[in-house]
Design a protein around this ligand. Sequence first.
Ligand SMILES: C[S@@+](CC[C@H](N)C(=O)[O-])C[C@H]1O[C@@H](n2cnc3c(N)ncnc32)[C@H](O)[C@@H]1O
Length: 339
Amino acid sequence: MTRFDLFAEDALYGTQGFYTQLGTAGTDGADFVTSPETSPLFGACVAAYLDQVWHDMECPEPFVVIEGGSGTGTLCRDIFLSAQDCSKALRYVMVERSDRQREIAFSRVTTTCFADSEEVPLAVLQDLPAGPFTGVVVANELLDNLPPRIVRKATTGWLELHVENGAEVWYPAPQPAEDMASAMAPNASIGATLPLHLKGAVWVNRAMKLLDRGRILTFDYGLESSEMFDGRPLGEWLRTYKDHRRAGTPYSDPGTCDITCDVAFDQLPGSPTICLQSDWLASKGLGTMTEWAQEKWQDSAASPDSTAVAARQVLTEAAALTDRTGLGAFLVAEWQIGD
Ligand SMILES: C[S@@+](CC[C@H](N)C(=O)[O-])C[C@H]1O[C@@H](n2cnc3c(N)ncnc32)[C@H](O)[C@@H]1O
């Protein structure tokens, strides 16, 4: 038997793991779609945010942006393509665990964004670098991919999820896990199940220690621990995906699908400010960025030319990013480090 987080770690990142072998974000032949893959407008809003932070911090140089779980580099590419005041000071580090995605990302971003591939302000690493840096650590849909431990309240105390022969089994939780579960869910009823995001908390902690001054910004689906266990079955917040569709249980055929968990943000260290992605994007100028498309589509909807069709595509993408039943309901958490 294997503890669930160790099982999921291997199923995602082991030698036969989903991310090691196949898993990519995107629209074409990929397994799931993320905000950067939905529209370059997402990267443009993050670029506007970076500019805002850079000015607030009195224009540090270098201004280091570290992206955790950068996948195939789409967000990085779109940030570099959205030229901003901070561009000259920007040094970008993509941190991606999958060797294959790191290779794709570096070549994609350098060939798309830079004429001279010898002089790119870009590095690609397997793990977070050693600091300290002044700048921003950003991550889209990383925390949900850091496998949690999972516990369930029973009459005898807390049990912990394990996987044995392709099936879930529950064993008494060790004392530290039991203590953490009791602290996060003191009023849990019998049968309540919740994730313990130890890896997510460690990642945020490491990101905080990386910066002498700056911000951490994460985008992910999530809620509070209390909402998680409040009658929501395990399969609702621990999900699997393959080929753009929900897949079956995570226990059989490990390595063939993504395993992802809603993030209980109250388990992360520090005191981030949290808002909905739809509101955050609006605050970074999404409305202004799409005004031209709105006007063009209104004027030409009756007999659309190619620009009007492109405008409608932009509006469709903006709607997807802000849809409050989808990506727009993601939570954006921001930690301020130093001034
Ligand atoms: C859901 S994908 C998101 C990719 C990209 N950020 C996007 O939004 O399209 C999560 C990515 O995080 C990577 N990852 C998981 N754990 C990581 C870690 N500890 N450090 C760096 N990357 C990690 C995975 O390999 C995967 O590419």
